[in-house]
Structure formats: structure tokens, C-alpha cells
Design a protein. Structure first.
Length: 255
């Protein structure tokens, strides 16, 4: 089915979070400095020396932003991922807005010294993208292509086991017919520059850059999923957060 699209001025964050389905907030990023003025060339000029992880030729490599931008503009299939830019370039953060969905982000309760930033830029050539996955710690996410367009496919959390998800390519030519055959609920659509998509907690999703794209991802925790996020933190690399979450009175359980 097609992704639900709402003019952002008519969106109600509480309603969206309670329904817990993906939705596109049309035009929410239209007034951001980044969507008005960022280009690949300006990113290279301002941040060219910075290091970024790049998926290229089946490998994960470390390039400079300048090397990545030059490769993309030269038509090479390169994808810069998970760029945690804000410590080195806080001025970029100031040029980005915040979705109305994040106004009750419980992660801000954590001390700054231990608070995960969970804000990344992704810089990719046409045809690059992600495999099917769920987001970190069972958080919600909102995302926007600041430059370019992206194709999205999403599924409810119970659709796959992790093993099944690793074997499924949601963007393969026959993927829609395979999903129909297996009676899977499949949500898909094109996200334009200046639009924001909401990805609910634990929803599976796969993304393709239709054009050369600079994309922003921001993960957050609403109070309704605090127990889930705490449980996910306790299982892995963010276990050090658990004493802080317990000290804040976050609920326990699976969420």
C-alpha cells in the first residue's frame, strides 16, 4: 500500500505516534536552511577533510567527504553512511530543523555526557541504499532527504524474523509479488526533498537513493516506548545507559 501523506501543517504528533504506522509529513523541512542551500559542492567545500564510512565495491571504506562527493559526481556507486557530523561541524546542526514528532524525545533526559546523539547524515549516489533492517535500540525515527529523492519500503515489526529479513530484498523486481503471495503488509513510496518520513519503532525498512542524495536521520524515544528502548539497551552495546535510565525511572519490561 502507498505511504500515508499528510501536509505537515495539519499533522498531529500525538495522533501519529499513537497510530504507530509510517507516515510522510509533506513539506515539513521546506524552510530549513539545509534544504534551501545545501549541495554536494557546498558539502565538499565545508567538510571535505572530514572522514566518513563509505560503502563501495562491496566493502566498507574510510574516505574523506571530498573523495566521496567527487566519486558520486563522477557517477560512481558510493554511499557514505552513519556520519556523526555534529561534534566536528556543529554549524551544520544549526542549519537543520527538528520534526514536530520529536518534541517529546525522552533521550534528552539523559546527561549530555552519556546521551546518544543518534543524528546522522547519509550521502549517496543513485542506486545505493540500505538493506532491510530495524533501527537502533527500538527507537522511532524521522528522516528527510535534504537533497534528492529516496524510495522507501516498510513492513510491520512482526513481518520477519531477523534471519528472514537478511534474506529478503524488498527492492528486488519480484519483491512485491513475493510479498503479496506471503500476505505481507507492505508500505512504500517516494520521499521527496523537504518531506519527512516517520518510521515507527521496530518497523522493518529498506531504502534506495533514486537520485544523488544527502539524507538526514534522527532517532528518538517517545515515552510510550521507554520500556522497549531500555530492554534493547540492556541487550547490547548501549548497556551502559541502563543505570541512567533506571535512575530516571524508566519502566522495565519488553515494551
Amino acid at each position: 500500500m502507498n505511504l500515508r501523506r499528510i501536509p505537515w501543517q495539519h499533522a498531529n504528533a500525538a495522533d501519529i505516534l499513537s497510530v504507530n504506522e509510517p507516515v510522510v509529513l509533506v513539506g515539513e523541512a521546506s524552510d530549513w536552511t539545509a534544504t534551501k542551500h545545501w549541495t554536494f559542492e557546498s558539502l565538499r567545500e565545508r567538510c571535505g577533510h572530514a572522514k566518513i564510512a563509505v560503502r563501495y565495491a562491496g566493502e566498507l571504506r574510510s574516505w574523506t567527504v571530498a573523495e566521496l562527493v567527487d566519486a558520486i559526481l563522477a557517477g560512481q556507486s558510493a554511499y557514505g553512511v552513519d556520519w556523526d557530523f555534529q561534534i566536528e561541524f556543529p554549524e551544520l546542526l544549526a542549519e537543520l530543523g527538528t520534526s514536530l514528532l520529536e518534541r517529546q524525545n525522552c533521550l534528552v533526559e539523559l546527561p549530555i555526557a552519556v546521551r546518544p546523539r543518534f543524528t546522522w547524515l547519509y550521502v549517496g549516489a543513485p542506486g545505493t541504499g540500505s538493506s532491510l533492517h530495524q533501527d537502533v535500540l527500538g527507537t522511532h525515527a524521522w528522516l528527510t532527504p535534504l537533497v534528492g529523492r529516496k524510495r522507501w519500503v516498510l513492513y510491520p515489526p512482526s513481518t520477519f524474523t531477523p534471519e528472514q529479513a537478511r534474506a529478503h530484498d524488498a527492492l528486488a523486481p519480484d519483491a512485491r509479488s513475493v510479498d503479496d503471495h506471503n500476505l505481507r503488509a507492505r508500505y512504500e513510496g517516494i520521499i521527496e526533498s523537504v518531506d519527512v518520513i516517520f518510521v515507527p519503532s521496530l518497523w522493518w525498512h529498506q531504502v534506495e537513493n533514486i537520485e544523488a542524495t544527502i539524507g538526514l536521520t534522527r532517532n528518538f524515544c517517545h515515552r510510550t516506548i521507554r520500556s522497549r528502548v531500555r530492554a534493547e539497551a540492556a541487550r547490547g552495546r548501549y548497556a551502559s545507559l541502563v543505570p541512567y535510565l533506571d535512575g530516571l525511572g524508566w519502566p522495565t519490561g519488553s515494551g
